[in-house]
Ligand binder design. Sequence first.
Ligand code: 3PG
Length: 306
Amino acid sequence: MTKVLIATVKPFAPAAVSQMQSILKEAGYELVLLEKYNSQQDLIDAVKDIDALIIRSDKITKEVLANAPKLKIVVRAGAGYDNVDLEAATQNNVVVMNTPGQNSNAVAELVLGMMVLMARNQFNGTAGTELKGKTIGIHAYGNVGKNVARIAKGFEMNVLAYDPFVSSEIVERDGITDIEEVGDLYKQAQYISLHIPANKHTIKSINYDLLKNMPHNAVLINTARKEVIDEDQLIKLMNDRPDFKYISDIAPDKKDEFEEKFGNRVFFTPKKMGAQTAEANINAGIAAVNQIINFIENYDTTFKVN
Ligand code: 3PG
């Protein structure tokens, strides 16, 4: 029987797991569940006889792959796959997929939620500001960026987007102002929301030079990856600019230093919460099991990323 392991340090909502279970059962597959595991060794032990693997931000290293001789497919139930060693997967003949778009509304709602939190001074009783009429710059107009734009328009914000991989026709068709140069996005937008993946081109790319030109009362929102920020340069910038605020769904490596130095000017979710809604878990989880079944039954490689 084909064995599918769901390995999630941060578990899916129970409703998602039970719907994934029914689809797998119907297809005659066996589900194995490893949730809230404590060490990488637990994951290594669990992959020994499985055929397919569903993960979230769980780390799929060379070692995990080397210990999974029957493994044919890994589906990252979500967008970013920087947690999977793609090269090692390819060497081991393991197909890697993601489930793009399935959790993007959840992440986008969190962006606006955290922006309201910061605009209202983290609800400390002092007079805050409104989002209406302010400018937001969306750095990368993919699935999450598009949803942020849609919701920000509902707040009557002025919405700009920069994405070298998306044509200006697509951006403008959504009623968003397309920006050609990344520096111009940062110059014009009081709020910047990051939606770039973490890869060799983007790691530490959000740096002092880019951020220093943001308008007065700038707010940087990061629901992408902590690695894209140059943390030392952001600390320097926030020292130089007492009006600058930073919100992130992924605590930075230098979290204590940020909190100590900048207090209420920073906000970090205690756990990565962007995709953590029942709806997103159900959407991404169901997409993942269907992609596995379609791959195993029909060799359908849609959404393959390696
Ligand atoms: C993603 O890449 O899909 C998001 O960052 C969500 O990650 P998570 O599934 O670990 O919450």
